[in-house]
Each structure stands twice: as C-alpha cells, then as structure tokens.
Design a protein around this ligand. Structure first.
Ligand code: BGC
Length: 378
C-alpha cells in the first residue's frame, strides 16, 4: 500500500512537472507573438489602404502578430471586427473609427483590459482609453485656408470686387472634419467679415454652428455626395457667379468637386476655381501638376504608422508616459485635441506638410507612393 502511495505520488509529481513545462512553453510562444488588432475604417479613401499595410508591416517588424480589418465605413461591422480581435486574444487594438458608435466596442476592450490606441481619428465620448495619435489637424485646415488667402491675394483684395468661395467639409461624424474646417476658417473668416470674400451657399462660421455645418458636410467622406452637392450648387446658388475658390477638405472630395465643375461650361476652360485638398493622393498630385487642384496636404501616414507601433510597444511594456520619435505630445492649446468629452487622453501629433505645384515631389521623395503610383506621376 505504501509502495502504491509513493508510486502515485511520484506519478502525480511527474504529470505536474510536464504540465507546467508545457504551460511555460506555450506561454513563451505566446509572448513571442503578441497579437495586435488593427481596425481600419474604410478603403474608398485611398490613404487607409496604405495605413493598414504600413501598420501591419511595422507591427510585424517588431515581432508582433498583426491582423488588419477594413470596415467599409460601417461602424457596426467595425465593432464586430474589434470584438473578434478580442476573442482572438488581441493584447492591444489600434482603431481608426467611423463614428461614435465605436465606444461600445472600446468599452468591451477596456473590460478585457486590452488597451486601445485611437488612430488618426479621436474616439469621442469615451473614457475607456488613454492614447490618441494623429497629425496636427487644425494646421491641416490652416494650410488650406492660407493657400486660398494667398492664391486669391485676399490681403490686397477690396470689398468692391469680392472673391467668391463655396465651402465643403468632411464627415460630420469624424472629429477631424471639425478641426480641418475650423483651421481653414480661422484664416478665411476675417476676409469674409471684411466683405472681400463672399460665401456662395451655406456659411457656418465655425463647426460649432452644427445647423449650417451639416449642409456643407459630406457623410462618410463619400465623393459621390460631394459631387452631387457641387452640381446642385452650380445650378442654384453658384449659377450666376464665378467661383474663385472652393474649400474642399480632402483629395477624394476635391477630385469629385473638380469633376462636377468640369461639367459646367463656365469652368471648362482656363478659369478654374482654386480647390484645396489633403492626403497627397497620387491622382491629386497629378491634378495639381495639371492645374486642376490647387494644393494638398501631405500627411506621411507611413511615419504615423511607425510612431503608432512604437507607442504600442511602450504601452505593452507598461510605460505610461512614452516619448515617440517624430511625434510630439500635445501641450498648451493643443491638449484639447485629446479631449474626448469624457476625459483628456494623451494626444501625440505629427506635422503635416503643405504641398502645391512647386513642391509636389516631396511625397515622392519620401517614398510615399507605390511603384505603380510613381510611374503615373513621372
Ligand atoms: C483623415 C483624412 C481622410 C478622411 C477621409 C480623416 O479622418 O484624417 O486623412 O481624408 O478621414 O477618410
């Protein structure tokens, strides 16, 4: 009996030893391939395809396992994708959200103690995350406004011969759209007040005027909607005037607006309004080269992706006040960029670059374009 007990005891110790060895082995494998989920909002705006690919590349180059999901601008779909990442054991989730509906999935992540990084777009009305990384979006808008100020020579213009402008904004569900608009209007409002710049169509002075803002906003950043609105403007408010400029928030909308203008005989020849943009999409660089689009803003999303993965690295190693090369932690007035309405998260900002026909080569030199895009631009 004693022998049996000793045998049983030895047997149990051996089994326990094997189980714990195996367990530490599998834990080792797991920590070697920590999983990061990357939730990208849409693909109809070109930049996001690049964002997804760069984030995955940088995550993998730092030894993470990474998966990218694209939500087709549908928040329900994205929430499902985020929840799947959680089920698959994601240790951190990077989210470029679509609208505020994302907060339910962010709350699930918080409950599972999985940190979230709000990528490029702030996640409003949530206190369930701590980090946001983006560009200085107010400055993006200021670049757009300043290009119109200079292009129309507003400083030397007089109220007797005002210049005409039409205003467009991005998705009213994307916090960035407010920053872009307010940055631009910060430059343009004084000229409107002096009467040297005249707004054709609705005029929200700032994005706080939500009532008028919704008339100039473009749901989900859809080019077709901007094109339809531009066509309508051309046959109503802008029918009997020549537009000197159009404030367009990004390249996708800019080209849609250009298309609509090209359909109007008033604009098909040399007189074309100055149309702004953002994102340095290859087709817009082409449009800048051929004089249809006036400017764009280069946000090097490759750098944004790299900085985001460095931030993820810090968070996963428990470093709560990281310093990220190439990005500045928002301070002073800019702290409000991280205000979700429920708390102020740490906002890391990268610098955007103004691009027009004189320096369009900058994104090419930065290696921003695919080989096919580069060929297009030659
Ligand atoms: C991004 C822009 C982009 C737009 C539409 C914004 O949140 O900052 O770069 O053009 O969304 O996707």
């Amino acid at each position: 009996m004693k022998k049996i007990t000793i045998f049983l005891f030895m047997f149990l110790i051996t089994v326990f030893f094997f189980i714990s060895c195996n367990k530490s082995n599998s834990e080792k494998t797991f920590s070697g391939s920590v999983f990061i989920g990357i939730a990208i909002p849409e693909t109809h705006v070109e930049r996001w395809v690049k964002d997804g690919a760069s984030l995955k590349k940088y995550a993998e180059s730092r030894g993470y396992r990474a998966e990218v999901s694209y939500a087709g601008a549908d928040q329900n779909v994205q929430n499902e994708q985020i929840r799947n990442f959680l089920k698959e054991g994601a240790r951190l989730i990077i989210i470029g959200s679509i609208n505020e509906g994302v907060i339910a999935a962010v709350a699930d992540a918080a409950e599972a103690k999985v940190p979230v990084i709000a990528y490029d777009r702030i996640i409003s009305n949530s206190a369930d995350y701590d980090y946001y990384i983006t560009f200085n979006n107010y400055e993006v808008g200021q670049f757009q406004g300043r290009s119109i100020e200079q292009g129309l020579d507003l400083k030397n213009s007089v109220a007797d011969a005002p210049k005409n402008i039409a205003l467009f904004a991005g998705a009213p569900t994307d916090g960035n759209a407010f920053f872009f608009y307010d940055g631009a209007m910060d430059i343009l409002n004084p000229y409107i007040e002096k009467g040297v710049l005249r707004v054709v169509g609705p005029y929200p002075k700032t994005s706080n005027d939500r009532y008028n803002f919704r008339y100039i906003a473009t749901e989900n950043w859809l080019g077709d909607l901007a094109k339809a609105r531009m066509k309508k403007l051309l046959s109503t408010d802008a029918k009997d005037v020549i537009l000197d400029a159009i404030l367009a928030p990004n390249d996708t909308l800019s080209r849609a607006i250009i298309d609509a203008c090209l359909g109007d005989p008033k604009y098909s020849n040399s007189k074309f309004p100055l149309i702004t943009g953002q994102d340095a999409e290859a087709d817009s660089i082409l449009a800048i080269k051929n004089g249809r689009q006036y400017m764009t803003v280069f946000k090097d999303t490759t750098k944004l992706a790299e900085a985001t993965i460095i931030l993820a690295d810090h968070i996963l190693s428990g470093n709560v006040t990281p310093s990220i090369p190439g990005a500045t932690l928002a301070s002073g007035d800019l702290v409000s960029m991280g205000d979700t309405g429920k708390k102020v998260v740490k906002a890391f900002l990268l610098e955007p670059i103004f691009i027009n026909k004189d320096n369009w080569n900058i994104p090419v030199q930065a290696g921003f374009f695919t080989p096919e895009e580069e060929i297009k631009l030659k």
